[in-house]
Design a binder for this molecule. Structure first.
Ligand code: KDG
Ligand code: MG
Length: 399
């Protein structure tokens, strides 16, 4: 199982995706997702220029050793570009190992701990009727848990949702507006209306997208308590782990954080102090199966569960890796699942199933995804950015 080919494939069927494809001398192939939304080509260069030369001639079976070589051997540790590149290698190697074993990856990770993975989708609307329609559409699509994002009176766009997450070809980032006080006033009324319309059973989630100070987040968590949220996500900027102490002191609304984290060190304090309830890391951005599993095993000691990031900018390869890991671990919580577009599903042939609100990675050996290189070649890279945000006085705010 010697690696004799490593290709970095960039394709933009509905948005940009970066995929690493490894091939062994005996003809086994493995895929890994290296997509870093808005900074895709930085990971492409990291892989092509620095990582691929280290992989050729290596034993594909030595997954842990390769991980340590790429992490420690670089000297420069952590960071989203490095960790996305390492993740892509790691997942491609797990894919190869599971194919060599003739098993779906979750079997190699210990076998299934459940029949399927509860997934949540994104409902959003600029006002309540639009939001209710979106919730209904998601329920028709089979979702049994739903994230609620809404317009705030006085602001131009619904923040933090996929439709404003991609840009036109070669456009520059879209500028959005933000007003924290208006948001804090409006949101409890939205959740009250959603609960009145859809009842107490439906698990509801919300993403504050790093926009609040600790005391604002504490207030929001408190004001949402009557509506029994499944979680409040990214309530404060994720870099400051200590901020969550203050939030936690004031509210019993469950907290989720970590989509911009990339190693266990980002989680160290908040897991040990039990300041969160869900780990939001994605396999793609947290150093692959090998590293995210270690984070989740650490979290399990504190009854903290997984809530893996699964927006449309995680490719089907990254999603498949998450599903195998989520099926195998004991402390699975929920999986974010935004469906990909039709062109993406043609480029990436997948084996997962979606039934009764549950995802399952399928039984194909490996991670269960193959990439159609000819189809991928039809969609060249398109420069795209996430939006950003300014307050009324022009100050740049967190997006
Ligand atoms: O690339 C960034 C997006 O994936 C992010 O804004 C989506 O916050 C997000 C979420 O929870 O899915
Ligand atoms: Mg989020």
């Amino acid at each position: 199982m010697i690696i004799d080919r490593a290709e970095v494939i960039v394709t933009s069927p509905d948005r940009n995706f970066v995929t690493l494809k490894l091939t062994t001398g005996d003809g086994l192939t493995g895929l890994g997702d290296a997509t870093l939304n808005g900074r895709e080509l930085a990971v492409v260069a990291y892989l092509r220029d620095h990582v691929v030369p280290l992989l050729l001639g290596r034993d594909a079976g030595r997954i842990e050793d390769t991980w340590q070589l790429l992490y420690r051997g670089a000297y420069w540790r952590r960071g989203p570009v490095t960790m996305a590149a390492i993740a892509a290698v790691d997942v491609a190697l797990w894919d190869i190992k599971a194919k060599a074993a003739g098993m779906p990856l979750y079997q190699l990770l210990g076998g299934a701990s459940r029949t399927g993975l509860l997934a949540y989708g994104h409902a959003s609307g600029s006002d309540l009727p639009e939001l209710f329609d979106s919730v209904r559409r998601h329920r028709e699509l089979g979702y049994r848990a739903i994230r609620i994002q809404t317009g705030v009176p006085g602001l131009k766009v619904v923040y933090g949702i996929a439709s404003n997450g991609t840009a036109e070809a070669d456009a520059l980032p879209v500028e959005e507006d933000w007003d924290t006080r208006a948001y804090l006033r409006h949101l409890p009324a939205v959740f009250e209306a959603v609960r009145n319309e859809f009842g107490p059973e439906l698990p509801l989630l919300h993403d504050a997208h790093h926009r609040l100070t600790p005391i604002q987040a504490a207030r929001l968590g408190q004001s949402l308590e009557p509506y029994d949220l499944f979680w409040l996500e990214d309530c404060t900027p994720a870099e400051n782990q200590e901020a969550l102490r203050l939030v936690r002191r004031h509210t019993v609304t469950p907290l989720a954080i970590g989509e911009v984290f990339n190693t266990v060190f980002d989680y160290q304090q908040i897991i040990r102090e039990q300041l969160i309830d869900y780990v939001r890391g994605a396999v793609t951005h947290t150093g692959g199966i090998t590293h995210l599993r270690k984070v989740l095993d650490f979290a399990a000691q504190y009854q903290i569960k997984s809530g893996m990031h699964g927006p449309a900018d995680i490719s089907p390869v990254g999603m498949a890796a998450a599903l195998h890991l989520g099926l195998a671990i004991h402390n699975f919580g929920i999986q974010e699942y935004m469906m990909h577009g039709a062109r993406t599903d043609q480029v990436f042939q997948q084996s997962f199933t979606w039934s009764g609100g549950l995802l399952h990675p399928g039984e194909r050996p490996g991670i269960g995804v193959e990439l159609d290189v000819d189809e991928a070649g039809k969609y060249p890279y398109v420069r795209a950015y996430l939006p950003y945000n300014r307050l009324a006085d022009g100050t740049v705010h967190d997006w």
